[in-house]
Design a protein around this ligand. Structure first.
Ligand SMILES: CC(C)(O)[C@@H](O)C(=O)O
Length: 598
């Protein structure tokens, strides 16, 4: 690509501004100090950022340190200058109290970098759960040409001839440990078998979900989301991604051209077909708010619920990431959905073509892993959005409601969609771990488990702690899942039928704050309701008493960011963004350039 192919580049205001030579010299000299030449910086080539999310702190994304070399080669070959810089690391399994705190922090940092430095376009190196939405939220806010590159899942895990999938095996192994089927060493060995290589969760956890949805949104090269991290194809995708971002700058193809409401609705449909994570609505709603597209939690049920489950990956199914890629990945799934008119084909994607052009003819390579539309794993497999006096909104992933659960809770011929029972309430995971096996709680197969104090304000950060196994004595009796309800999140790798992301949370005095162990709760999946069967006057009295005590109690903030986020964060149904931040939209176009620094 010739240098004249590029439109007015924002990096020129730093490196090539004859009207402000005082500052141009200052901006140039430090970017020369590691070997870039004046000719390169002043020849009209676009400066492409590589937003690096990989580090030793974030093993899931660490392979991006290697992939960045191939991204650079693509950028250079297409006529751009690459500048790589770090993004605040996020590792879902490493960060305490929860990586839920870090998405908005990484978002804020990345907005400042993309806006405040001489960057004309950016490669977003996505991967572990929240790195993907953090990057896409920032790209939406700044609105310079942006393309995502997934780091890819780990290779399949194996143990004694069986696939062991990230996260999913942890929840299973916890049950086995509780039931005395394995010891501590066996527990660690079994769990570690699921992590055989570099990359993120090999299950349809939040990472594979969010990268699949980034591709479905049009923000990633078609066919690239599912490539396992160590495969050579992944390196090749990095090179093509680097090349393509330079062309995107020449075409001025921006996130706002791609992230339309149609693109979000396409992603909701894809999420149901892949059996995606319950974290997806939080993150997609957040991205939509930052690009200024109207997307409501109700859209997830309206557009997603009736879509069948096509991808046979754990936790809803059997297979893992290598199989998903081999079977055709996102394009094969989208082609099936297109065949039934469920995808708006005209939605534009980063390669300059529409999703219809990219995917229409993609074939399934292995029907055991990706099912054709007329032979799904299950019908109507998207999320339900439940409401009632327990919360204004919470979601339930129906694709993980298995036969055991259905038979126990959803088999009353008079009322096949509803169940009710007494609740056992836990205030945070410490309370749950300490008491779950206590026979005095009297948990039976009719009980519902509730976890509260786990939301964006209460935890703080909304932790993946609404993952509650039944007590060991029930597991030994063959009861593997009790209905769980909570104001926190759940790992995307969990197959536990749960009602999650309840908003408002207990810490914001949502209905969950008023619930007491022993109360009965009724869940009606037909009417989409979740109700405490407690008289309204009793609930009003409980609310007044709790308010008099200062509200639902939660621990003090331990760090400055915990405190800041707590005061600004919204609830999970509306994306848990920093409220007010969505007013700053498309700032590369609406805010002009930032002022000079000297
Ligand atoms: C497995 C984890 C860490 O819980 C997460 O990656 C998810 O899938 O939600």
């Amino acid at each position: 690509m010739t240098d004249s192919a590029f439109p007015k580049l924002r990096s020129r205001a730093w490196f090539d501004n004859s009207e402000n030579i005082d500052m141009t010299a200052l901006y140039l000299e430090r970017y020369l100090n590691f070997g870039l030449s004046l000719k390169e910086l002043r020849s009209g080539k676009p400066v492409i950022g590589i937003a690096q999310t990989g580090s030793d702190l974030s093993p899931c994304n660490r392979h991006h340190l290697v992939l960045a070399e191939r991204i650079r080669e693509g950028i250079r070959e297409a006529g751009g200058i690459a500048l790589e810089f770090p993004v605040h690391p996020i590792q879902e399994t490493g960060k305490r109290p929860t990586a839920g705190l870090d998405r908005n922090l990484a978002y804020l940092g990345l907005v400042e970098l993309l806006y405040g430095y001489p960057i004309d376009g950016v490669v977003l190196t996505t991967g572990c759960d929240k790195t993907t939405p953090a990057c896409l939220m920032a790209a939406a806010t700044v609105n310079i040409p942006a393309i995502a590159l997934s780091v890819g899942p780990m290779l399949n895990g194996w143990h004694r001839g069986e696939r062991t999938g990230s996260g999913t095996i942890v929840w299973k192994a916890r049950e086995m440990l509780a039931a005395g089927e394995i010891d501590d060493e066996g527990f660690i060995k079994l769990v570690s078998s699921s992590a055989p290589s570099t990359g993120y969760c090999n299950t349809m956890g939040t990472a594979t979900t969010m990268n699949s949805l980034a591709e479905a949104l049009g923000m990633m090269l078609p066919g690239s989301a599912a490539i396992p991290a160590p495969y050579r194809d992944r390196q090749e995708a990095a090179y093509h991604t680097g090349k393509r971002i330079v062309e995107m700058v020449a075409e001025d193809l921006k996130p706002s051209d791609i992230l339309t409401r149609e693109a979000f609705l396409n992603a909701i449909v894809v999420n149901s077909a892949i059996g995606g994570s319950t974290n997806a609505p939080i993150h997609l709603n957040a991205i939509a708010r930052h690009i200024g597209v109207s997307l409501d939690i109700a859209d997830w049920q309206e557009h997603g619920h009736d879509v069948p489950l096509l991808v046979n990956l754990q936790p809803a199914g059997e297979y893992l990431g290598e199989d998903y890629y081999r079977a055709g990945g996102v394009p094969a799934v989208v082609a099936q959905l297109i065949s039934r008119g469920l995808i708006t084909e005209s939605a534009l994607t980063v390669n300059g073509k529409t999703i219809g052009e990219n995917c229409r003819t993609a074939e399934i390579e292995d029907e055991a892993v990706i099912r054709p539309f007329d032979r799904p794993l299950s019908e109507a497999s998207g999320f339900l959005v439940l409401r009632g006096n327990l919360f204004d909104a919470a979601i339930m992933k129906t694709s993980v409601i298995g036969e055991e659960f259905r038979g126990r809770y959803l088999s009353n011929p008079q009322d096949p969609n509803a169940f009710e029972g007494p609740v056992v309430v836990f205030d945070g995971p410490e309370d749950y771990h300490a008491r779950i096996d206590d026979p005095a709680l009297g948990i039976t197969e009719h009980s519902l488990l509730v976890m509260r104090g786990a939301g964006p304000i209460g935890y703080p950060g909304a932790a993946e702690v609404v993952n509650m196994r039944p007590p060991a004595y029930l597991i030994r009796a063959g009861i593997h899942a009790l209905p769980c309800i909570g104001d926190g999140r759940q790992s995307g790798t969990s197959a536990s039928p749960s009602i999650l992301n309840a908003a408002p949370e207990a810490a914001a005095m949502g209905g969950l704050a008023l619930l007491r162990t022993g109360d009965r709760v009724r869940i009606d999946l037909g009417r989409c309701t979740a109700e405490m069967l407690v008289p309204p006057e009793e609930l009003a009295a409980r609310r007044a008493a709790l308010e008099a005590e200062g509200g639902y109690p939660y621990p003090a903030a331990q760090t400055p960011w915990q405190q800041i986020q707590r005061t600004l964060v919204g609830q999970l149904d509306t994306g848990a963004i920093l409220e007010g931040s969505e007013q700053f939209q498309r700032i590369a176009q609406t805010q002009g350039l930032p002022r000079d620094n000297h």
